[in-house]
Design a protein around this ligand. Structure first.
Ligand SMILES: [Mg+2]
Length: 376
């Protein structure tokens, strides 16, 4: 039948975080969330652009997303006759980079297609390998080791299956030693967000004694070759995040043995179609994957849950409960994690949750409606 969009509505929300979140490159107190609503036959599908407030994780930020959607992304989609949601990625492939912006549009059309078919999103994308997904948490850099240990205790008590801690030079070997002393048996991993170079190899080698599940993206955001050299020197598996922006990158990284695990983020690869292709390349090569997080609102969170039902998502991801980030989430009920550290998947059409429309309106700082026949 195909999908003929009537209009696309963009919303910019400001959502204050319950606690600040610090990585090797920045500290975030409030999130700017850009939502994409795609409407056809009176039905709405929802997407979220997962880029940050600053161009530090990748080249995208709130200020780049808005004009790119209006000038380039939405006109190419709202005026198209789409056979299916799979047509969105190739229609936007002429845009270099900016995968998260393209991915926000793409995810909205997948959600819309699922609703038009009366399917849950996980079914529409070919998932369903599990009825509940295993959950871990990502804990940012803290002001003190004591605070970090306290946070880890809280998350373990809440049931989370694995702990990921952010590291950077000066907050690494000694801190992990303290964590291991306090929690010898837990599933533990470290994420460096590109804070090291090959010159740090001997320092990173010291991490081998701690039995980490993996160290995530230790080297440059766009590097594969140095990671291969580092992986050959380390016992700890390297997990690749920032440098895998396509299935082609995943195939190259696997060929060079640059890592043994891949973190798949929906936005980083431009949406569901490419995320599935990255998943398939990894699965065919015996590389396990897990789903990373970008401090998403409930919509992006629900998309991550659907993605995590694909068969090769065998490791606990960063998809966690709404209340870890938000006093009140825009989805209802909020995303909840069971005492054994899992999130149950929903069989309702689309991404599986209701939207809290009143809250959505209250948090919106600007919006724009783009109808069919906008200039392309
Ligand atoms: Mg990461």
């Amino acid at each position: 039948m195909g999908i003929k969009l009537e209009r696309v509505i963009l919303r910019h929300l400001k959502m204050p975080l319950v606690h600040f979140f610090e990585t090797s490159f920045s500290r975030t107190y409030e999130r700017d969330i850009i939502l994409v609503e795609a409407v056809a036959d009176g039905v709405s599908g929802w997407g979220e652009v997962t880029a940050g407030e600053n161009p530090y994780y990748n080249e995208e930020w709130t200020g780049s997303i808005w004009p790119l959607l209006i000038d380039y992304v939405v006109p190419r989609i709202v005026n198209a006759s789409l056979d299916s949601a799979s047509d969105v990625y190739p229609r936007l492939a002429h845009i270099r980079g900016h995968y998260m912006t393209r991915g926000g549009m793409e995810a909205a059309v997948w959600d819309l297609q699922a609703r038009l078919h009366g399917n849950p999103l996980w079914k529409e994308i070919g998932g369903g390998a599990r009825r509940e997904i295993p959950c871990g948490v990502s804990i940012g850099i803290q002001d003190s080791v004591g605070q970090l240990l306290e946070k880890i205790r809280t998350e373990l008590d809440a049931g989370y299956q694995r702990i990921k801690m952010k590291i950077k030079p000066g907050w690494d070997v000694e801190v992990i030693r303290e964590v291991r002393k306090a929690f010898p048996g837990i599933l533990l991993m470290a994420d460096a967000n590109s804070a090291y170079t090959l010159k740090d190899t001997s320092r990173l080698k010291q991490l081998d004694e701690f039995g980490l599940m993996m160290i995530e993206q230790p080297l440059a955001h766009d590097d594969i070759i140095d990671h291969a050299e580092l992986q050959a020197a380390l016992e700890t598996p390297i997990c690749l995040d920032e440098c895998i922006r396509s299935a082609h990158h995943a195939e190259q990284a696997i060929r060079l043995k640059a890592g043994r695990i891949v973190n798949i983020k929906l936005g980083r690869v431009g949406g569901f179609a490419e995320a599935k292709r990255v998943h398939d390349v990894c699965q065919a090569n015996g590389i396990p994957v897990w789903c990373g997080g970008m401090l998403e609102s409930g919509i992006g969170r629900a998309h991550n849950i659907a993605l995590s039902t694909l068969p090769d998502f065998v490791l606990p991801g960063d998809v966690s409960a709404s209340k870890r980030y938000w006093k009140q989430d825009i989805v209802a009920p909020p995303v909840e994690v069971s005492p054994r550290g899992t999130i149950a998947i929903s069989d309702r059409p689309g991404f599986g949750y209701d939207l809290d429309r009143d809250l959505l309106e209250r948090l919106t700082v600007r919006s724009k409606i783009l109808s069919r026949d906008v200039l392309s």
